[in-house]
Design a protein around this ligand. Structure first.
Ligand SMILES: *[C@@H]1O[C@H](CO)[C@@H](O)[C@H](O)[C@H]1NC(C)=O
Ligand SMILES: *[C@@H]1O[C@H](CO)[C@@H](O)[C@H](O)[C@H]1NC(C)=O
Ligand SMILES: *[C@@H]1O[C@H](CO)[C@@H](O)[C@H](O)[C@H]1NC(C)=O
Ligand SMILES: *[C@@H]1O[C@H](CO)[C@@H](O)[C@H](O)[C@H]1NC(C)=O
Length: 441
């Protein structure tokens, strides 16, 4: 069985395995280094696409299939030599909802390349049935080179929502760029106004045969589990998935808005020596972190018998501590976007979740406005990836097209925590101890 541990023997195994896959790569050339410890790989004022021909681009612009001001990149994933970006069809004029970029950089604002090709994209190709992609929120790659895509199936969500296709999970093989599977989320788990906004993959074996997805329903406060083996879904409910009314009042850069968003951030710890893995989660409208053992989530018989398994981790992050996406690296450090503080936060999951143990990796009132998605990649030396998109300003009115509105940033995870309270300390208990010895208050 292949497990991702932080010890040297398995680290060597990871390197060997990455080299076999051809995933080890050369250095990237960033657009700027204005946000240390991050490098900005790309930045855009507005996003453009690689259309089949200039004529196609002109036609898309004149028919309203492409409205540059309405194209907002949201989710990110990195695998091999490419970066994947999602663009939900929140407003009209989004020609492609999933796209790639080269990882090597070199060009500050490259055009996005629709993934796997134009024919999949409803916004451009008008496929008559639900075989393509409609509106993708977030994505997660497993370690076998498959991309798990969460497609909401809904367009014009901001203005006049239309559910064109059922919410689905679409799976691509990243080595061949082909569609492998599509799983529709069963009706009984899709509530009125459900918004499935985030997904993480929990894959345990070398061949990814034991794979589960955890999916956040941010508007109807549920956690969906999908088991690949038999294509079965189940749904957990818990009061900890709800928004905190006191944290639903957001203020940033002079904009005030109310979001009652529930469970959103999902981050899995590495698999520990007890074969256990913890899912940390938090509502978008909240200041606190919560956790549950994946052993509970993976057991469908526990859906009505698990309320005590969901717990709060330590202290509140404090005023304006709302967090978007989060991710945990192989050494157990969690990173998360602090959307009301123009910051990326960190926490070493081996320590108590106390204010004194949570740190700031970077703060920048220009380049880190609304860090929306975060991933750590699967390289031997892991990088942290962040996409920022000024979402509240986008919603309040058109973004300034003379300003850089969207950025993709990356940093070596070890460099990212250097000098912060999140730097490693081998004497602290592991995430397993948190569960097995009840460390968290
Ligand atoms: C959907 O459309 C594609 C072509 O756009 C076609 O190949 C496929 O057979 C159709 N599927 C269904 C279920 O109608
Ligand atoms: C929300 O925040 C704004 C700005 O800080 C404040 O003026 C307002 O009173 C707050 N509203 C509520 C209901 O707390
Ligand atoms: C959980 O409870 C619901 C509602 O009572 C019921 O429909 C469902 O079958 C139960 N699930 C399990 C696994 O017991
Ligand atoms: C609930 O789950 C626990 C732990 O698996 C088990 O011991 C208990 O018997 C279950 N209770 C019910 C009513 O199923």
């Amino acid at each position: 069985m292949f497990l991702i541990h932080s010890n040297h023997a398995s680290a060597a195994g990871v390197t060997l395995w990455l080299t076999m896959l051809g995933v080890m790569r050369a250095q990237s050339v960033p657009a700027d280094n204005d946000t240390p410890p991050f490098s900005t790989l790309y930045k855009w004022k507005q996003v453009d696409f690689e259309f089949p021909t200039p004529r196609h681009r002109r036609h898309a612009l004149s028919t309203g299939k492409f409205v540059p001001a309405n194209v907002l990149p949201l989710g990110i994933e990195v695998w091999g030599n490419r970066v994947w970006v999602t663009i939900p069809a929140w407003r009209r004029g989004v020609p492609a909802t999933l796209a790639t970029l080269p990882r090597q950089g070199g060009l500050a604002s490259p055009q996005l390349k629709p993934y796997p090709d134009w024919s999949f994209h409803r916004g451009f190709s008008d496929p008559k049935n639900c075989t393509g992609l409609t509106s993708v929120f977030r994505i997660h790659a497993d370690h076998c080179g498959r991309l798990w895509v969460l497609d909401s199936g809904q367009i014009d969500s901001q203005d006049n929502p239309k559910q064109l296709c059922p919410p689905s999970i679409v799976v691509f093989d990243l080595k061949t760029d082909t569609l492998i599977a599509r799983y529709t989320i069963p009706k009984q788990f899709v509530l009125q106004d459900s918004l499935f906004s985030n997904v993480v993959v929990d894959s345990r074996t070398a061949d990814c045969s034991d794979l589960h997805l955890y999916i956040a329903d941010t508007w109807r406060f549920g956690l969906l589990v999908f088991r690949e083996k038999d294509h079965k879904f189940w749904r957990f409910s818990n009061p900890l998935f709800f928004p905190d009314p006191l944290a639903s009042n957001f203020t940033l850069h002079g904009i005030n808005f109310q979001w009652t968003d529930g469970i959103f951030g999902l981050a899995l710890t590495p698999i520990d020596p007890y074969e256990e893995r913890i899912l940390f989660f938090h509502p978008m409208s909240g200041y606190r972190e919560f956790y549950v053992s994946t052993e509970v989530l993976r057991d469908p018989s526990r859906v009505n018998n698990s309320s005590y398994e969901f717990n709060v981790a330590g202290e509140s992050r404090g005023l304006n501590g709302q967090a978007s996406a989060s991710a945990v690296d192989r050494s157990g450090v969690m990173f998360y976007g602090l959307v009301s503080r123009d910051s990326i936060g960190c926490w070493n999951t081996k320590k108590h979740y106390k204010r004194r143990n949570i740190g700031t990796v970077a703060f920048n009132t220009e380049t880190l406005i609304f860090p929306n998605d975060i991933k750590v990649d699967q390289d031997f030396r892991q990088n942290l990836w962040v996409i920022t998109n000024r979402l509240p300003m986008f919603q309040a009115g058109p973004l300034d097209e003379e300003d850089y509105n969207y950025r993709i940033l990356y940093a070596d995870t070890k460099e990212a925590v250097r000098g912060t309270v999140c730097d490693m300390d081998p004497n602290h208990p592991s995430p397993a101890d948190i569960i097995h010895r009840g460390w968290l208050p």
